[in-house]
Design a protein around this ligand. Structure first.
Ligand code: SAM
Length: 242
């Protein structure tokens, strides 16, 4: 049986058999056991079943950061943990960063904790995620984060940044032009995409170059994050735009 522990909640894979959930809860020292069938819609909301217990809010510790979240309302992707820290380590002193799809602060909080950015503008459309984003800014005692509740298509053009994170995998390319237009000369874009394996080395980069118009694009890195579905990879492209 496959499972993952998020804070003090155990998430079982769909393939579990009839289990003694009370015994399982004691073994793993958790208050609740859930099954998350899938994550739906633009706001990335979980479709779930509670198998044991009732409380779905928890605090997950990762890479020295605290993330408060309600697993019945917002998603948590354990497979993205290395990427969350990798980005925080890339941020240089004094940078202004835009996190266009901030969620509960998946990238914003590690940047606040591990880097010395002048400001992180964290935009999130889902009010439930925005609520936890604000709580997590307080929980981690951060004072350089500006949370924004709204659509990043509308909000991003109000700002300019040295680095923009596009940590979303549904139709992310629709937001590329808006992101690039807000990027300072020589700024860095982290563009996420789910892509068929055979297009991995071409499609995400081609899309950035296309939306950059006349601006020069320097490819810095193509990073595989995880397998998204059979034959489909979740990748991130780091690109400097002049
Ligand atoms: C859940 S995160 C992706 C996971 C994250 N990359 C990680 O490391 O786990 C994507 C977030 O983008 C938000 N979102 C989707 N469309 C948006 C938009 N147009 N403007 C702002 N936020 C948006 C969703 O509500 C969701 O919270």
């Amino acid at each position: 049986m496959k499972y993952k522990k998020i804070g003090d909640i155990l998430i079982l894979d769909k393939g579990y058999c009839d289990e003694d959930f009370e015994r399982l809860s004691r073994k793993h020292n958790v208050k609740t056991i859930m099954r998350i069938d899938h994550i739906q819609g633009t706001k990335r909301e979980p479709v779930y079943k509670i198998l044991y217990g009732s409380e779905t809010e928890t605090i997950n510790k990762e890479n020295g950061c605290l993330f408060k979240l309600d697993l019945s309302k917002v998603m948590w992707s354990k497979g993205n943990n290395n990427e969350r820290l990798r980005i925080a380590k890339l941020v240089r002193d004094g940078e202004r960063v835009i996190d266009m799809f901030a969620g509960i602060g998946y990238f914003t909080i590690p940047i606040g904790v591990h880097a010395n950015a002048s400001e992180v503008i964290a935009i999130e459309i889902n009010p439930n995620s925005y609520h936890f984003l604000c709580e997590n800014i307080e929980l981690n005692k951060l004072n350089n984060i500006t949370p924004v509740l709204g659509d990043c298509m509308v909000e991003t053009p109000k700002y300019k940044a040295d680095r923009i994170i596009m940590g979303y995998v549904k139709t992310t390319h629709h937001y590329l032009k808006v992101a690039i237009d807000s990027l300072n000369e020589g700024g860095i874009l982290h563009y996420h995409e789910t892509v068929p394996e055979k297009l991995m080395k071409t499609r995400p980069i081609d899309r950035i170059v296309c939306e950059a118009g006349g601006r020069e694009v320097e490819l810095l890195k193509l990073n595989k994050i995880k397998k998204y579905a059979p034959g489909v990879e979740h990748v991130v492209v780091d690109a400097r735009i002049y």
